[in-house]
Write a protein that binds this ligand. Structure first.
Ligand code: ZN
Length: 318
């Protein structure tokens, strides 16, 4: 019998640099530079964008201009599904007031990470989310839920899948039908991703899953392939691999958008993005922010430049 990878025809990439990436940079990025980067990203063909986080300005001063960023640019983002991260009801109201029509709520899979990140246990965080869900239901706002350290926690080690089943169940009970599984610390491996999705899809077949892989240990693309095998079609990534802490040696951000788009393009999976435009945007972002950037595309460039222009060689095998 012929064996083949099971791959979707189309994948949606959600660009998260303006949230996950920017918040990892300590020095304040002037609002006009944030806007310039968002406009560059919007011109690459991406169809989904996590534009900012409406956290308290004291918690993440980098994103204190969230309203201004959204209000200035939201009407230019035609055809792009824009969402913002909201930690509480106040954040949800600010985001909606600024013009965001899709909200992403968050909590951690473990109490230790939750206490260090949000100063509350998982259960307390779930209770704090209740007013957000009432608000979005009342205002008819699209909402998704995310789970940080879904695969591994720096304090509690590997996260048992039963914990995820419990958390997804709570989201489900609150009518949240899209869940982002975040490998915040880059501890996930492909078999774990595949097996976890198998369990979650069986328990909650009506939920749409999206994946948020950090590339801390170089496994983000392998994890993506495992999730593709499970039929997942929504993936977060960050231009130039922004995220983590660019000034801490060894710390790594999200998988880079250009590397993800490149792998998908090589496998003939449609993303709607223009790879050369993404690479150009990654270079611009690197220069504008003065960060090294972390992607294979910035180092080596896409392989199609070699196989499509090879004078005598074969083209890509379809
Ligand atoms: Zn992240």
């Amino acid at each position: 019998m012929e064996k083949k990878l099971t791959l979707p025809e189309r994948v949606t990439i959600c660009e998260v640099a303006p949230r996950d990436g920017f918040q990892s940079i300590n020095e304040f990025i002037p609002t006009e530079n944030k806007l310039e980067i968002i406009r560059k990203l919007a011109a690459t063909g991406i169809t989904s964008l996590e534009i900012t986080s409406f956290v308290h300005p004291r918690a993440i001063p980098q994103l204190k201009d969230a309203e201004e960023v959204v209000r200035t640019v939201i009407n230019e983002l035609d055809g792009i599904d824009v969402r913002a991260l909201v930690p509480n009801l106040r954040g949800a109201e600010r985001a909606f007031g600024a013009g965001v029509r899709k909200l992403k709520t968050m909590l951690s899979a473990t109490d230790s990470h939750s206490l260090s990140n949000a100063n509350a246990t998982v259960k307390d965080s779930q209770e704090k989310q209740a007013p957000i869900f009432e608000y979005v239901a009342r205002e008819n706002i699209e909402v998704m839920g995310s789970i940080s350290v879904a695969f591994g926690c720096p304090f509690e080690g590997l996260v048992p899948v039963e914990r995820l089943v419990e958390i997804v169940g709570r989201y489900d009970a609150a009518d949240v039908r899209e869940i982002s599984l975040a490998d915040t610390t880059g501890m996930a491996q492909p078999k774990q991703v595949f097996d976890t999705l198998e369990v979650l899809k069986t328990e909650f077949p009506h939920i749409t899953y999206s994946m948020h892989f950090h590339n801390t240990r170089g496994m983000a693309l392998a994890n993506t392939l495992a999730a593709l095998q499970q039929g997942v079609t929504l993936y977060d990534s960050s231009i130039a691999g922004l995220g983590g802490c660019p000034y801490a040696p060894g710390a790594t951000g999200n998988v880079s958008t250009e590397d993800l788009a490149h792998m998908l393009a090589e496998m003939d999976i449609e993303t709607g993005t223009d790879l050369e435009a993404l690479i150009a945007a990654a270079k611009d972002v690197r220069d504008l922010l003065g960060v090294p950037g972390d992607s294979y595309m910035l180092k080596a460039g896409p392989s199609c430049r070699l196989h499509e222009e090879a004078p005598t060689g074969q083209k890509k095998v379809k």
